[in-house]
Design a binder for this molecule. Structure first.
Ligand code: SF4
Length: 309
């Protein structure tokens, strides 16, 4: 069937990225794992900017198999490790990361429950008693979904800025003061990794690219917080930059425009028009727009879906 053929095209077009036999063998091993069955029932905030309405609606009505992408998995695991490291071993014990802290018996919301113990465990290479749990949420109206890297206390960030000298001379004393402060205004934490060229550009301009602005404002609405603290790392040398990005309503309006159109198509069981709200002018007739489909073909396709009421 034409729809299924187009949906499977990606797999056939996958290019081999490794040119040495060992790299090729590893890639083949990982890629031979069975694909993960996924159903796309929400709009992930982190992907919305580049989301093609046609692709989403086709995915919504069909159970898709997510291919195992070796490089994608590597990148994602590296990012996950960096997030955990910064949350559990740096920002948490420092006393500025707010959220849910879990140990084997309980979950506590607030700043790190026992910074001293965490530092003892880190320096003695013992398993950590407290681990950070990221907040997850789904917006009931537009069905945006996602998770945030955490909440950062903006007043504590300002206090750090005002007390740079104390951090340079007596960092433990400075952190003790931070840990004793009560919670102030919060900002959403976004940790990102990027290339050197991109870090230099973002550091100079002091704001993120448009796709991260859109992701940030969706989370701001979902968590009712009006700013995002971006912390960028460069992948080779871990140079970094950080800044606060404040809410811009225009990115929220763009997001809901796309969401409303997609859910209307889903409700009415219509395939979105070719190129309508296309994520990029560079995508000229890519696979979901290349072919014209008849209404009958689309009806046949969704009639096999378990996502139809
Ligand atoms: S060209 Fe068509 S299929 Fe490709 S991204 Fe744009 S709308 Fe989607």
């Amino acid at each position: 069937m034409k729809f299924m053929k187009v949906l499977q095209e990606n797999k056939q077009n996958q290019k081999e990225k490794n040119h040495n036999s060992f790299g090729m063998a590893v890639e083949k091993f990982v890629s031979s794992h069975p694909g993960e069955k996924v159903r796309t029932e929400t709009l992930r905030a982190s992907q919305l900017y580049f989301l093609c309405p046609r692709a989403f609606v086709l995915g919504y009505f069909g159970l898709q198999e997510r291919e195992v992408d070796w490089l994608g998995r590597l990148r994602m695991s590296t990012g996950t490790f960096l997030h955990e490291y910064l949350q559990d071993r740096v920002l948490g014990p420092m006393g500025i990361l707010f959220g849910n802290w879990k140990n084997k018996d309980e979950v506590r919301e607030g700043f790190h429950p026992d910074s001293e113990k965490a530092i003892y465990e880190i320096v003695n290479q013992k398993p950590l008693s407290w681990k950070y749990e990221e907040y997850r949420s789904t917006d009931p109206k537009y069905k945006f979904s996602g998770h945030i890297d955490g909440k950062i206390d903006v007043d504590k960030l300002r206090w750090i800025d005002d007390n740079k000298l104390l951090f340079q001379t007596e960092p433990l004393k400075a952190c003790k003061r931070l840990q004793e402060m009560t919670a102030g205004r919060m900002s959403i934490l976004e940790i990102k990794t990027t290339s050197k060229a991109s870090l230099d550009k973002i550091g100079k301009q002091g704001y993120p690219p448009d796709y991260y602005k859109q992701q940030a404002v969706i989370y701001q609405k979902m968590f009712d917080i009006d700013s995002t603290f971006f912390w960028y790392f460069e992948r080779d040398n871990f140079d970094q930059t950080a800044f606060i990005y404040r809410h811009e309503e225009k990115w929220w309006n763009e997001a809901i425009r796309k969401a409303e159109y997609i859910w209307k198509c889903v409700r009415e069981k219509k395939l979105p028009e070719a190129k309508k709200l296309c994520p990029s002018s560079k995508y000229n007739n890519c696979k979901y727009c290349k072919n014209t489909w008849t209404e009958k073909e689309f009806d046949d396709y969704i009639s096999k879906s378990s996502n139809v009421d």
